[in-house]
Write a protein that binds this ligand. Sequence first.
Ligand code: 2BA
Length: 107
Amino acid sequence: MKLVLAIINDEDAFQVMDLLNEEQFSVTKLASTGGFLRAGNTTIICGVEDEQVNIVTDIIESASKARRQITSMTSANSIESYIPNPIEIVVGGATIFVLDVDQFKKV
Ligand code: 2BA
């Protein structure tokens, strides 16, 4: 068994969950925060049989869009450190980890 852990955009979360539920996958949604942007994102976890991993990651991929975002960095140079330095970054579609599961119990 595997645990699929995917970090996705908040705006894509409900569509991803709807699609997974339609295919009878159980899914848990966690509110998370990106360490770089310090902005909210969504982490979904989904425990599945090994042979279902690709189905789940394909579903996540199909509903997770990449977005361009402007963020302000402050310069490391002390004189300029108060001058915002806008940069454009691409966030997502999805960052997916697939972990081995030692045990799965529902008690
Ligand atoms: P954040 O950490 O807020 O990162 C948002 C986006 O900022 C990233 O998009 C990437 O384009 C950029 N970014 C991140 N760290 C950077 C850095 N040190 N320098 C320059 N740009 C940087 P994504 O790569 O699509 O990541 C989206 C979110 O997925 C991340 O939000 C984080 O919450 C999670 N994530 C991505 N890679 C991860 C990893 N290896 N481990 C844990 N979480 C990860």
